[in-house]
Design a protein around this ligand. Structure first.
Ligand code: HEM
Length: 327
């Protein structure tokens, strides 16, 4: 009798507890988290990044992409940075083999550890660096929320199931973004990150040689563009890099949408944005816009949304001393 009276009360307490736990994850991320504990944190990151961008501007793409690959696997908790002596970490997994720039994150971390040891997480470094490379390529600035903590687990298999593949269709893309709490708008806006950087031929060569159209080409890819790409990427090429937004590969602008609208998006996942009314409308809108359109503001908002995915805060996780290994 006593237990049947108690159980609704217990359930209520459990619900309150769960709501608290759920909310607290985001509640503790905030702009200026290191204001008191490491006031120069963001200035230090910027200083290192200014030096890096001067000598290695081609790292802007890989470093923006790294934050995405971190957030989609176990949340933004820097699991992508962990090393494994047996090749079983996220970074050893096929979708991450083309990531570059880990040494830049280490360099930033070393500078931060000198100024305030054990304070700034590797997950926050990834988020701030992603913003700084966007700004360095003349893209938008946004205030980065900080307060993430670092995870202790990294699994080879998880990037394969959590990162959208280049051959994803629009429903797969939408559902993979939804599963991370991100909207259809976030999908089309964040895909605009493909305005900078390069791709290996192998990420799109099936569209040139092994698809359903004439001579194995992809009918959704512009035929003139196919010829240009075939000149760069011969069958089986695993090494050549191709600019994703030719002509402005190091400039963050909205020309990605002009390309997609002209059926010149490089990946099937880019072309897929024309297969849904909302994403298509956004592509068309941005492709017709002038430079520095609403895309800049939208990108900052969606990066903040992505930076909140499944974060560890409070006492969860740890602040790594070295980004490539747990303490
Ligand atoms: C929507 C799903 C996405 C898919 C399927 C996808 C797929 C890819 C692929 C296949 C590459 C080329 C890798 C290579 O062959 O070297 C790439 C590069 C890139 N991606 Fe994405 N991506 C997606 C979303 C994003 C997002 C959300 C961002 C960031 C906001 C992003 C930023 C980049 C950047 C900057 C590069 C160039 C990297 C470099 O220069 O090395 N991507 N992406």
């Amino acid at each position: 009798m006593a237990s049947s009276k108690l159980s609704p009360c217990l359930i209520f307490i459990q619900i309150i507890f769960l709501v608290f736990v759920f909310n607290s994850a985001n509640a503790q991320l905030k702009v200026g988290f290191y204001k008191d504990t490491c006031p120069k944190a963001e200035a230090i990151v910027k200083k290192v990044m200014d030096q890096v961008m001067k000598v290695a501007p081609s790292l802007s793409g890989p470093l923006l992409r790294m934050h995405f690959h971190d957030c989609f696997v176990r949340g933004c908790e820097a699991s992508v940075l962990l090393n494994s002596s047996t090749g079983q970490a996220e970074k050893d997994s096929p979708p991450n083999l083309s990531l570059r720039g880990y040494q830049v994150i280490d360099r930033v971390k070393t500078a931060l550890e000198k100024e305030c040891p054990g304070v700034v997480s590797c997950a926050d470094i990834l988020a701030i660096v992603a913003r700084d490379v966007t700004v360095a390529t003349m893209g938008p600035f946004w205030e980065v929320e900080t307060g993430r903590r670092d995870g202790r687990v990294s699994n080879f298999s998880e990037p394969l199931t959590n990162l959208p593949p280049f051959f994803a269709n629009i429903s797969q893309l939408i559902s993979m973004f939804r599963s991370k709490g991100l909207s259809v708008k976030d999908l089309v806006v964040l895909s605009g990150g493909h305005t900078i950087g390069t791709s290996h031929c192998s990420s799109f060569s099936s569209r040139l040689y092994n698809s359903t159209g004439k001579d194995g080409t992809d009918p959704t890819l512009d035929s003139e563009y196919i010829e240009k790409l075939k000149n760069k990427c011969k069958v089986g090429d695993q090494t050549t890099l191709v600019e994703m937004d030719p002509g402005s590969v190091r400039t963050f602008d909205n020309s990605y949408y002009t390309l997609v609208a002209k059926r010149r998006g490089l990946f099937q996942s880019d072309a897929a944005l024309l297969d849904n009314s909302e994403t298509k409308a956004y592509v068309k809108l941005q492709s017709a816009s002038t430079y520095r359109s609403t895309f800049f503001k939208d990108f900052g908002v969606s990066m903040i949304n992505m930076g909140r995915v499944e974060v560890l805060t409070g006492k969860a996780g740890e602040i790594r001393k070295v980004c490539s290994r747990v303490n």
